[in-house]
Design a protein around this ligand. Structure first.
Ligand code: GDG
Length: 472
């Protein structure tokens, strides 16, 4: 029987040592939930880094044996590999390039060597387990070379590649010194997926101009092999967010937030610390709003959650310092004895608190300068079982293509954003409800399970198409 192998940089598990015992905590992320229906199936497996450096061979064997029961297969990485392949090539080259900040890219040759080496490690992991007829689904930009490395050795498997971050325009992508190898890597797949049609357009423009590949619409011919590029906008686990919204712990969190907010309206924002998320522009817009609309003084607060991320990278550290400074300036200039304009949390919260925050937010402010999809916007909508609340959403987020009933903004237009805040806070209950009902329908229908099913189905179709062409 053929099997399915999922591959991603991180395995959906956290390894913790408690009283000398190693415990494996499953990750609750959306991708893990969605793909659980696949990798937990008999014979199937998920390959990735377990999130912990395990040096000794004996200890590695133990982790491997423990994870086997969970259908997980570890790829062990050294400290240097994490530094150069993950922090380096992935986060200091590919991330800024794909988010249109090429000036942040550090084209360090050592990073490239590590990226090649680690992609080879992942491919070797897959090759140990894969057999003719199997399906392999590779997730994300850390593993662009893996599809080609598998195709070379095992031409008779189906390979899918999905990229969770944007694919940039040709003019940006071509700046990478190793652009040909990266594209050749991805083109080893039979099906290549992105969140939006714009990503497809940019990808096809790069492969035709850099690699001379022929394309008709989203069909490519790569060394006589048909390859399909398609859009699969990722969804969330809608039902889970609905369930969490009424848990006792969520309800008691809602009560606490109500008491602290008193009568003030809440504008909420939640992101990982990242320069792509437009956090500073959002703060500027909020301050401008307070300046232009004194009637809202003491009547509205911005509750901003920033989840620590990549704080060893200088640009992230600098961004954090700048956010700290701007928040304290806004508060110092505007606060009164009984009101704080910005509540700023640099930490993460349990999902029951997240749900309470979503439910208490009169406005959810999602303003990335670039974002592949943005799941926070969809989680806000799913959590609003009361059908109230207003979503302000950047046109630069993939989610804006689906959630057209949100108030769509350009995140760089600070005065425009400030005006949209006014529109959102003044929106009638009826209009809120109309927009929210429409968005909830979309998020419910195009959920994470739908996304997984669609990708797997499409991959099967591509493979059947290739087979029928081969027999002609
Ligand atoms: C990449 C792409 C694409 C946040 N704070 C807490 C918390 N979170 C969870 C949210 C959400 C997730 O983190 C963030 O997902 P996003 O999609 O917004 O952003 P990235 O992390 O940048 O993800 C992105 C995504 O991949 C999927 O393809 O949408 O464009 O950049 O799920 O809920 N979770 C908890 N506590 C927090 O404080 N528990």
């Amino acid at each position: 029987m053929s099997k399915t192998i999922i591959v991603s940089n991180r395995l959906p598990v956290k390894i913790q040592v408690k009283n000398g015992e190693t415990v494996y905590k499953p990750s609750e992320g959306g991708l893990a939930t969605g793909l659980s229906s696949v990798y937990k199936g008999e014979g199937n497996v998920w390959i990735g880094w377990p999130g912990k450096i395990v040096k000794e061979e004996k200890a590695q064997e133990k982790v491997k044996a423990d994870l086997k029961d969970l259908n997980l297969y570890p790829v062990f990485l050294t400290r240097e590999e994490i530094d150069d392949y993950y922090e380096g090539f992935s986060n200091e080259i590919l991330w800024p390039i794909c988010h249109y900040v090429p000036s942040y890219a550090k084209f360090n040759h050592r990073y490239w060597e590590a990226y090649k080496k680690v992609n080879r490690k992942f491919a070797d992991g897959v090759l140990k387990l894969a057999e003719k007829g199997d399906t392999v689904w590779i997730n994300d930009y850390q593993l662009m070379l893996v599809p080609f490395l598998l195709r070379e050795k095992l031409p008779d498997i189906s390979v899918g590649y999905f990229q969770h971050i944007p694919f940039p325009s040709y003019e940006i992508f071509r700046q990478i010194p190793w652009r040909e190898s990266l594209l050749e890597g991805i083109l080893g797949a039979d099906l290549i997926g992105f969140h939006t049609y714009d990503d497809i357009r940019h990808f096809i423009s790069s492969v035709t101009r850099i690699m001379g590949v022929n394309s008709t619409a989203n069909h490519l011919i790569v060394h006589n092999r048909p390859v399909i590029v398609d859009a699969f906008p990722m969804g969330i686990d809608y039902e889970k967010f609905v369930e969490i919204s009424s848990l006792p712990r969520t309800r008691s969190n809602i009560k606490k937030i109500k008491q602290s907010a008193r009568e003030a309206k809440i504008i909420l924002s939640i992101d990982r610390l990242d320069y792509s998320k437009g956090i500073l522009q959002r703060l500027q817009a909020f301050e401008l709003f307070l300046k232009n609309h004194r009637e809202y003084k003491e009547k509205v607060s911005l509750l901003m959650v920033v989840v620590p991320s990549r704080d060893e990278v200088p640009q992230y550290r600098e961004l954090k310092e700048e956010i700290d400074r701007v928040v304290s300036d806004i508060n110092a200039r505007n606060q009164t004895l009984s009101w704080q304009p910005v509540f700023y949390f640099y930490r993460s919260f349990p999902v029951e608190m997240l749900s309470a925050l979503y439910q208490m937010a009169d406005v959810c402010l999602v303003t990335p300068k670039r974002d592949g999809m943005n799941l926070v916007s969809k989680e806000y909508v799913a959590s609003r079982v009361d059908e109230k609340g207003v979503l302000i959403l950047s046109e630069m987020a993939g989610a804006s293509k689906e959630l057209s009933e949100a108030l769509i903004i350009n995140p760089n237009d600070v005065p425009g954003l400030s005006n949209t805040l006014l529109e959102a806070l003044a929106m009638s209950r009826n209009e809120q409800q109309e927009r929210m009902i429409a968005m909830r329908k979309t998020v419910e229908k195009f959920n994470i399970h739908h996304w997984v099913k669609l990708f797997m189905q499409r991959l099967n179709e591509v493979k059947s198409m290739q087979r029928s062409l081969a027999t002609k």
